[in-house]
Design a protein around this ligand. Structure first.
Ligand SMILES: Cc1cc2nc3c(=O)[nH]c(=O)nc-3n(C[C@H](O)[C@H](O)[C@H](O)COP(=O)(O)OP(=O)(O)OC[C@H]3O[C@@H](n4cnc5c(N)ncnc54)[C@H](O)[C@@H]3O)c2cc1C
Length: 432
């Protein structure tokens, strides 16, 4: 019997799912995005995109990479290649509050801190999705694999079939749980013992709080046990702020966003310096605390048969290196390459080509996204543990060196090379 035509089901229309869909469209691969919500929407304010995101987008579609670079907000004027101005968030025995201790740049890449509003980026991508390729209010609840296809079941009782299923359904992924089994220790993310109080300030307000000089520049303030990050969004009209207190041991709530947390925030950061105190007092009484979750256990494999997980469903990580979305775009880019090869390879059955494609993808991507996840977890104490009352010049210098070194491999990837490694592995598998 003839094999069904090659069709990809993408579960989840977030940043990763839409990036993959665009990459598949570019390669004329038939696909459908199934999104649980009634439209493509994002919550949250600004998102910081590493220089590697641009590289990934340019490989997905050069026009998109260039367009994002032109609408993203960057640091003003001569600070364009600055990633973060690093300041003290509290005075020490020897240094005053808000002392600049380092400047991190992305040089020689002229990218710096590139931010977009999450929903703006999502809508930009959504405009490039063909309406006939999107299904809304389709919450996946089940997957059954057979020799030739996968049957998908949705909460509304409907079903569909596809040759391959790519789970892009975020940190609390259903596809991951279906793939690994509900009770597998790697099936669900765990509380990162961290979270963030978030706010958006008009630039004029922020200037009054932290001073005109530097208000519009992406800044990380390091204080007792945590950090406070601020960067321009909306073309420099607003400042996105994240206040990360020290570790929280447990998370006992069902919800992961708790509103009205200003008193707790002031208590958590009571040992911080006057500048951060002023900023926190200016935040709304409704300020919410967003708990963060990450995958602490890696599964044996990120695919099984015709089903694979990518993006946050594969590697939800803390945003302490600004890499969650960036890694998702790299995934989408390499996945599109192998799926294209699965449609064009002349050897093997469709099932063999799909299995080899997913194996090739995992071979090329896994070492990098696992390292990004691990180092993102390590980055929280890296930022949060520097400050101490007797901080010395020598420690500040060593910190600056380490800060620069820890981003080099993330920001300067060879994504095209990952694609080539994935294809070579796929080829090797199909020939054996
Ligand atoms: C507080 C915070 C700050 C962050 N800051 C940064 C940053 O500065 N830089 C950065 O790179 N990253 C950052 N990230 C991470 C970044 O947001 C994610 O890595 C990125 O959005 C992942 O995209 P995704 O498409 O994989 O998942 P998501 O964006 O979560 O999208 C998943 C989609 O799947 C849908 N879905 C879920 N379940 C189902 C189902 N069963 N059936 C169908 N559809 C389903 C959802 O509705 C959603 O549309 C941050 C994250 C947080 C929480």
């Amino acid at each position: 019997m003839a094999e069904p035509p090659f069709h990809v089901a993408i579960i989840g229309g977030g940043l990763c799912g839409l990036s993959l869909a665009i990459a598949l469209t570019k390669r004329s691969i038939s696909h459908t995005i199934y999104e649980a919500r009634g439209s493509f929407t994002e919550i949250g304010a600004g998102i910081n995109l590493g220089p590697n995101t641009l590289e990934a987008f340019r490989l997905i579609d050069p026009d998109i990479g260039d367009a994002i670079f032109s609408f993203a907000t960057r640091n003003p004027g001569r600070q364009k290649d600055l990633w973060m101005d690093v300041l003290l968030g509290a005075p020490t025995n020897d240094f005053e509050d808000a002392k600049r201790i380092h400047q991190m740049t992305t040089a020689p890449l002229d990218v710096g801190c590139m931010t977009v509003s999450r929903n703006e980026l999502l809508q930009f991508l959504a405009q490039r999705i063909k309406p006939e390729n999107a299904r809304y209010n389709k919450k996946l609840v089940g997957l059954v694999q057979s020799k030739d296809e996968v049957t998908l079941s949705f909460e509304d009782g409907s079903r569909d079939t596809a040759s391959v299923v790519i789970g892009c359904d975020g940190a609390h992924s259903v596809v991951r749980r279906l793939l690994l089994g509900e009770h597998d220790p790697a099936a669900s993310p765990k509380f990162s013992q961290a979270g963030v109080y978030r706010a958006v300030f008009p630039i004029e307000t922020f200037e009054k709080l932290v001073g005109k000089e530097g208000a519009a520049v992406s800044t990380i303030r390091l204080g007792p046990g945590g950090y406070v990050i601020s960067y321009p969004i909306d073309g420099g009209k607003n400042i996105n702020l994240g206040v990360w207190p020290g570790n929280k041991e447990v998370w006992e709530h069902d919800a992961w966003i708790l509103p009205n947390q200003k008193p707790q925030m002031l208590e958590d950061l009571k040992a911080w310096g006057p500048t951060v105190q002023k900023v926190m007092r200016a935040m709304s009484d409704q300020t919410a605390f967003w708990a963060t979750f990450h995958h602490s256990t890696f599964p044996e494999s990120f695919y099984h048969g015709r089903v694979c997980i990518i993006g946050d469903s594969a590697h939800a990580m803390g945003p302490h290196q600004g890499q969650g979305a960036s890694q998702s775009m790299e995934d989408a880019c390499v996945m599109a390459e192998v799926l294209y090869a699965a449609t064009t390879a002349s050897s093997g059955t469709s099932a063999q080509r799909i299995k080899a494609a997913l194996a090739g993808y995992e071979h090329a991507r896994r070492p990098r996204f696992e390292k990004a996840l691990r180092t993102s977890s390590e980055a929280f104490p890296f930022w949060g543990d520097l400050w101490k009352p007797d901080l010395s010049d020598h420690e500040i210098e060593a910190f600056g060196r380490q800060a620069d070194e820890r981003f080099v491999w993330l920001w300067h990837p060879d994504i095209a090379g990952q694609g080539r490694r994935a294809l070579a592995e796929m080829d090797r598998i199909l020939k054996t």
